[in-house]
Design a protein around this ligand. Structure first.
Ligand code: ZN
Length: 236
């Protein structure tokens, strides 16, 4: 009596699928590295030295908003922090560490706070849809909705779009208010904080009217941008 082949464990099958998917990515990577080295033979040699990006990008983790690609910057040109709904929370050690390293060590000259329309995080906050642990993170968006309740349209898609814009403004303000940016400005460092929003529907970035390069400009800029946002037609 021969031994029966045990049925294949389902997780083994899953693992094999995962490996083959990963192989595809590794193949893509080899092709990309080859192309890059062909176009610019010194490219990787240059990157092995210290990076000197001029920009810090704080954006959403959404896979449709690839930071470098949409602003046409190469590896080495953009320092990036991403999280769900592009939040700058005053107690988030991860975000603050990225910010501190970018400002104090890399000496970036611009911080770009980028939100986007059709953001899943913003949508969940507006719809109050329970998604699990992340609901705690999205409470920050609900706080913004409460703060700006009179500025939010009544229809749902309008609310989602407007809250996305207001979120960019509030996160740009939070960035300006960190000790990191405040200290940089106090010592006269050249550093500007900008707010932009990306539209997945057409691939375009739009300014929200906020750009501050010193502490005295922050609140006037905030008021100006708030007026700009609330008086324009809601997009998307
Ligand atoms: Zn998003």
């Amino acid at each position: 009596m021969g031994l029966e082949t045990p049925p294949e464990a389902p997780d083994l099958k899953d693992r094999r699928t995962t490996v083959s998917h990963l192989n595809e990515l590794l193949d893509n990577n080899r092709a990309w590295a080859k192309r890059r080295a062909h176009d610019d033979p010194e490219f990787f040699a240059r990157l092995t030295h210290q990076q000197t990006p001029e920009y810090l990008w704080i954006g959403c983790s959404d896979s449709r908003v690839p930071a470098n690609e949409i602003v046409g910057l190469l590896p080495g040109e953009l320092f990036v922090h991403r999280n769900v709904a592009n939040l700058v929370v005053h107690t988030d050690l991860n975000c603050l560490s990225v910010l501190q390293y970018a400002v104090d060590v890399l000496r970036v000259r611009h911080i770009i706070l980028c939100g986007h329309y059709r953001c899943g995080g913003v949508t969940a906050a507006v719809q109050q849809r329970p998604l699990g642990l992340i609901d705690n993170w999205l409470r920050h968006l609900e706080d913004i909705a409460t703060k700006h309740a009179p500025h939010l349209p009544t229809d749902e898609s309008g609310r989602i779009a407007r809250l996305g814009e207001l979120n960019v403004l509030e996160q740009a303000l939070n960035t300006c208010r960190t000790t990191i940016v405040q200290d940089a400005w106090r010592r006269g460092q050249d550093l500007r904080v900008h707010g932009v929003i990306y539209d997945i529907a057409d691939g375009l970035l739009q300014e929200i009217g906020f750009g501050a390069g010193r502490d005295e400009d922050v609140m006037p800029m905030y008021e100006r941008a708030l007026e700009f946002i609330t008086q324009r037609e809601t997009s998307s």
